[in-house]
Design a protein around this ligand. Structure first.
Ligand SMILES: [Zn+2]
Length: 118
């Protein structure tokens, strides 16, 4: 719906999207390659770590709600992260950019902001 790439699967079409959305927020911070706008998730989003979806880059099934092993923080990833070359291409690809932009737009369109600074 309104997606110019018909063969791409967006998480915005996922059955659980409306439940996941309120737990997401955008974090802006310095990155190696310029400002980054990461899609982070609250601790409550942990209950969604079992959700599976297709990677927008390669179509492989992955878990978009991920927990950082080192920090224990939760984030949302539009692409797979199997640690192989393909995953790297997914992460840096145009499809990832398009999907992340769409998700960030949806987050900004939320009526209430989560408390980012608690
Ligand atoms: Zn992928």
């Amino acid at each position: 719906v309104g997606n110019p790439h018909e063969d791409e699967v967006s998480f915005l079409d996922h059955a659980k999207w409306n439940e996941v959305l309120p737990h997401l927020y955008v974090q802006t911070g310095g990155g190696v390659n310029g400002p980054r706008h990461r899609i982070e998730a609250t601790d409550e989003a942990l209950k969604f770590v079992d959700i599976k979806t297709a990677c927008v880059g390669c179509g492989r099934t992955h878990y978009p709600i991920k927990r950082r092993a080192r920090w224990g923080t939760i984030y949302f990833s539009v692409t797979c992260s199997f640690g192989d070359k393909r995953s790297m291409q997914c992460r840096n690809g145009q499809a990832a950019r398009t999907e992340a932009d769409a998700i960030r737009a949806a987050i900004h369109g939320q009526p209430s902001e989560p408390n980012l600074f608690s």
